[in-house]
Design a protein around this ligand. Structure first.
Ligand code: FE2
Length: 218
């Protein structure tokens, strides 16, 4: 392949991002299944629908250029998804896995924001007005998805993940003293709840470390 001008480069990167979106259409349902937080699972499902539309939008850009929508393997996205999958498959507390899923998904979003931002500027330089509009639309969706993930992380998941870690420590300490191990979690329901406790706790209702420790030590 020879890149003689900006138009060639634009087309080359369009093929790359088309493949990246195809990869995400495959990955997002798995991420939604792996998410314990219902809001996070919903965000992944919603972004899957956006991603499917983004593929269609990219196909329209190819059509406007009079080119076939041929994807070209996006190794960057392959790597990001591979890393995310590894984390997803690692044994982890539900909210800790959620925090990991958000981290992986935000890396993906930032990668896409960079790609679409560049493509939009190149399209404008090339005077491809229809492409500019289509790429801009997707760029805004990616930014919104990124913000939504930040909101979910800061609103609930990170605090829960931090609490899981503290509780694991506490139980370990108490378990050692009283020879009473933490109750085992069973089945898929353990991904939605922690010992019957609703998963919507926020910082405001999180008990102080001291009081939690006292309760568990009784
Ligand atoms: Fe996308």
């Amino acid at each position: 392949m020879t890149l003689n001008n900006l138009n060639d480069l634009f087309l080359h990167e369009l093929k790359d991002v088309l493949d990246a979106e195809h990869q995400l259409v495959e990955a997002l349902p798995k991420m939604a299944d792996a998410a314990a937080d219902p809001e996070l699972a919903l965000a992944f499902q919603e972004h899957l629908r956006h991603t499917e539309r983004q593929v269609t939008r990219l196909e329209s850009v190819f059509a406007a250029l009079g080119e076939d929508p041929e994807p070209d393997t996006c190794e960057g996205m392959q790597g990001l998804i591979e890393e995310g999958t590894e984390l997803m498959e690692t044994d982890a507390e539900p909210s800790v896995r959620d925090a990991a899923l958000i981290a992986a998904a935000q890396r993906v979003e930032h990668y896409e924001i960079a790609a679409y931002g560049t493509l939009r500027v190149w399209a404008a330089t090339l005077g491809l007005n229809e492409a500019v509009e289509l790429l801009e639309e997707t760029l805004e969706e990616e930014k919104a998805a990124d913000q939504k993930l930040t909101m979910i992380a800061e609103g609930n998941v990170n605090i829960e993940a931090e609490t899981e870690a503290s509780e694991a420590e506490d139980v370990e300490e108490v378990g050692t003293a009283a020879s009473k191990p933490r109750p085992a979690r069973t089945g898929s329901t353990s991904r939605r709840t922690t010992a019957g406790r609703p998963r919507t706790r926020t910082r405001a209702t999180k008990p102080a470390r001291g009081s939690r420790r006292k309760t568990r030590a009784r």
